[in-house]
Write a protein that binds this ligand. Structure first.
Ligand code: AMP
Length: 568
């Protein structure tokens, strides 16, 4: 397919700010896309060059993109820089410069979607000395073959700033409508996407085999599955009503969630909760898992925590020092870790996703040989609330976060916050305070001591029903100097100049600066109150919110508006 056809659709999407309209435009377009192009078009529309969990990055600096624009447009880099300073966006800069470019004497042909995709992937794999120049040259050839408006999108794609407000659920819904005729199959497709979070595979399966193909999608070793999440309770007395009859109660550890895959060739890959490949950060864990899990192939889950020489659990901040690109082996020695294994999803050729937790744990028990660094989660089996409470206190005494209560008969609900797992944390018993994972969608300029930096962040909860973000508080307290210093690094790249389409906001809350919903922060709040200004569950707000830390979560994994409503 001709890339310019896609550009026409992107132009329409860019002008649209309602989620339903986005879906209508996209599904109408997808219907016309040939099945062999649908995967590539789905990736590109999300600004990706492969599946979300693939770690390929284009690795082009803004400077190199500006250089490419200058070269393609036949003007100096200095002139391009001046236009960039005025426009503040590489895409608009590319469009303006290339608009004026003289026509080439030799026609260069039309850019197809496939050629664009292949070349973007070529940019990603080009490395070594002189690679920035090689990457820039590929980019120049793309600019030369596209229209000025096409160049706008290419420039944004290579810098990862394609901001059309299209999230992966928008694409998934639109694909469902396009290839099944309506929204009825939405749940089945979402379920498949949770097990196979690769929009290209989902798109191609839907286009070629419809819902029948979708329902056959299962776990595949080496491809992460979206992790199961836990519900929360207001009071433990509610527990028996919410969960099955028999429960396992496990320690809840404050570390990093890990999904480890071992394939037939013995290769182990570690994925984070955001589905990033974090294998290189934990070479020690790879070695331990190789030795201590007796299985040819597996997919297991654990919480990784830092420990000291005696094997005692260390705070989360200590573990965070292991998040690094350099001196990895030095930190392996400095900060040893322990994996608390709690689930198995695949074992020697069989998927266990739909087996009960009891059965899965039985297998885990069989295949894990325990040591200081790899062990099973602490747990008891009970149906007695007072025994649960005793175990909870014991876990707090060990300085853990609380407990996870799991239905022994429950299956693994990929990517879902279901009632098969319930968390019970120390904050729930102290006062009324609780923590929330919220998405930063805007900021207000500071005054006084905070002049020149952001004074407060505008935070939102997630509403999965309509795939929107609803504002719930302004967050100014608790932002330490350290957290403030990290802000530009975390947020600036997501700055946009208008309200992102998935954000729902009242006019009283319009911030000074908008951000694409990407960054998640943990917030402690004392109370939930009614508010005419916030849009969370039609008017709920958090009182006395306090910043705790940045969370490595996807925006769609944030606390939902419904959870806040239930707590209120
Ligand atoms: P939260 O982030 O508060 O929604 O809690 C869910 C997280 O708790 C999971 O994603 C895990 O990273 C973590 N966790 C700690 N201990 C366990 C456990 N025993 N079972 C499952 N998840 C756990």
């Amino acid at each position: 397919m001709d890339f310019e056809k896609l550009v026409e659709v992107y132009e329409e999407l860019e002008k649209t700010s309602s989620g339903n309209a986005l879906r209508e435009i996209l599904s109408g377009f997808f219907k016309k896309v040939p099945a062999e192009d649908i995967a590539v078009i789905s990736y590109l529309t999300l600004g990706q060059i492969s599946s979300d969990y693939d770690s390929s990055v284009l690795g082009l600096a803004e400077k190199s993109v500006l250089k490419g624009i200058a070269k393609a447009g036949g003007i100096s880099e200095k002139e391009v820089k001046l236009i960039m300073d005025k426009k503040g966006d590489v895409g608009l800069t590319a469009e303006q410069v290339l608009h004026k470019k003289p026509r080439t004497l030799v026609p260069v042909g039309k850019l197809t979607v496939n050629e664009l995709f292949e070349k973007l992937n070529k940019i990603a794999v080009t490395s070594g000395s002189g690679s920035q120049d090689q990457k820039t040259n590929i980019l120049v050839s793309l600019f030369q073959k596209s229209s000025p408006i096409g160049a706008k999108y290419i420039a944004r794609m290579v810098l990862g700033t394609l901001r059309m407000g299209v999230g992966d659920m928008t694409v998934i819904d639109s694909l469902t409508i396009a290839f099944t005729g309506d929204k009825k199959g939405k749940e089945e497709v979402e379920k498949a996407y949770n097990i196979c979070p690769d929009v290209g595979i989902i798109a191609e399966t839907l286009a070629k085999h419809g819902l029948k193909g979708i329902n056959k999608i299962d776990i595949h070793v080496g491809r992460p599955i979206k992790m199961m999440l836990a519900q929360r309770l207001k009071s433990l007395d509610e527990l028996p009503k919410k969960i099955g009859e028999k429960w396992a109660v496990e320690g809840k550890y404050d570390g990093e969630r890990l999904q480890a895959h071992k394939d037939k060739n013995g290769k182990i890959t570690l994925f984070s909760r955001k589905l990033d490949d974090i294998t290189s950060q934990f070479p020690d864990l790879v070695r331990y898992l190789e030795k201590q899990i007796k299985a040819k192939e597996f997919v297991v889950e654990a919480e990784v925590i830092a420990i000291d020489d005696q094997g005692k659990h260390q705070p989360f901040q200590v573990l965070m020092q292991r998040k690094r690109k350099h001196d990895i082996e030095e930190y392996v020695k400095k900060i040893p870790v322990q994996a608390k294994m709690f689930d198995v999803l695949y074992y020697n050729g069989k998927s266990y996703l739909h087996e009960s937790y009891e059965k899965r744990y039985e297998i885990l028990h069989k295949i894990v040989s325990k040591s200081k660094n790899v062990t099973l989660s602490d747990r008891i089996i009970t149906d007695d609330l007072s025994k649960l409470n005793d175990f909870f206190k014991q876990m707090l005494h060990e300085k853990y976060e609380g407990v996870m209560i799991k239905d022994l008969n429950g299956e693994y609900q990929a990517g879902t916050r279901g009632w098969n797992w319930i968390k019970w944390k120390k904050e729930y018993v102290k006062d009324l305070s609780d923590t929330f994972d919220l998405v930063v969608i805007g900021a207000f300029h500071g005054r006084g001591k905070r002049a020149g930096v952001y004074g407060a962040l505008l935070c939102a909860s997630y509403n999965p029903k309509n795939d929107q973000f609803e504002t719930v508080c302004k967050l100014g307290t608790g932002l330490t100097d350290e957290a403030l210093a990290e802000l530009p690094n975390r947020l600036e790249k997501y700055k946009v100049n208008k309200k992102p389409s998935r954000v729902v906001i009242s006019k009283e809350m319009i911030p000074d600066v908008w951000f694409e919903p990407k960054v998640v922060v943990e917030v402690l709040a004392a109370e939930i109150t009614k508010s005419p200004y916030h849009t969370c569950a039609n008017g709920l707000a958090l009182r006395f919110p306090r910043f705790i830390r940045y969370r490595e979560k996807k925006p769609e994994q944030a606390t939902t508006s419904k959870e806040i409503e239930e707590m209120a």
